[in-house]
Design a protein around this ligand. Sequence first.
Ligand SMILES: Cc1ncc(COP(=O)(O)O)c(C=O)c1O
Length: 411
Amino acid sequence: MPPYTNRLLSLPEYPLAKIPEQKRQLIARGVDVIDLGAGDADLAPPPAVLDRISAAVRIPTMSRYGFALGLMEYREAVARFMKRRFGQDFDPLKEIVPLIGSKEGISHLALAYLSPGDYSIVPEPGYNSYLGGSFLSDAIPYKYALRPENGFLVDLDNVPPEILKKSKILYLNYPNNPTGAIAPREYLVEMVRRCKELDMLLVYDNAYSELAYDGYVPPSIFEIEGAREVAIEFHSMSKTYNMTGWRCGWACGRQEIVGALAKVKSFIDTGTFMGIQAAAATGLDDCQEWIPQNVAAFKERRDAAVAAFCEAGFPCVEPKATMYLWLPLPKNIPSAVFGERLLQDEGVIVLPGSLFGPGGEGFFRVSFITSSDRLREAATRAGRVLKRLKAQAGDESRPVRRPEVSGAARA
Ligand SMILES: Cc1ncc(COP(=O)(O)O)c(C=O)c1O
């Protein structure tokens, strides 16, 4: 057999890869598992979406190849959503690309813009397709540590100028997975300005644009003046409509940028099942009244999780958006150790920050994807593990086993 490519070998282990097997083993042992790992809620899609797909599967033309065009109705529904929600006009044919989930599009876009040896600027912790797309393009991700000290924002002034010069893509994701952070509008204005100045593509991942609380309304990057010149934005049906497994999303931006993604995709895939696109169009057009009650369900869970984890000894910042809590650990308890003990001793699945790379150390992620009661139970169990590990660690002033990260982590 030929050897694997360096490209393949450069890929780290996918953070969620081991969880299903670990979960299966625990359940087989009779453990009452609480899974707060993936951002994959136990809630149902809107009834109108379910009705639409039931009908669509019986229409023979829906079962044919969608090709790059896909279902025109979906493109038009996306354009209407972008107009209604963000006041932005997009040509459904030229400025929107239907995706098999936004992950697919984010990863493939890199093939259009990153050449071997180029850099991309990747927030760490962050969603893995920024890293994956960069590695699969033989580019070099420059990992920038998102820490509380920097408001979980990437500051390009902390990136060495020689790296900035070679960087072709800046990935930004606000509301942010996993930190739950949001970006001030002035920050987005500055990022658009800097990307223009540096001739860098701004890839804005807006998967959580509709999952926000307490009156916060996440913007589109295209609300920022000049963004059309430098940005492409990714959206997902997954989180807004509880349709994670359906694999449906879109990218939008000016034709030159989205067209490059569409061209890559035309050699890789033939589109999401058109019945799914039809159902997604129904979601976008007809389920505006359904969204607030779904967000309210997440808010109830967020409130329960914040209260319970604070009570259990994890000082929390209440996230204004997303389905995640990013919880700090005492300095002398490595997140991987905490995650493993919580899994093995108490049957609770969370994501240790170190799974996202050194920039995530010192934290763990909880997804509020299950009922408030189960979240409270998980917090109680996590509190027990924390107490035991603290007792074992003894003197908390022991040297901290933290990675060397200040503003930016090394590439
Ligand atoms: C920040 C972020 N971007 C993109 C995605 C991918 O979503 P999709 O299901 O549309 O591929 C996720 C999924 O968890 C995410 O958290």
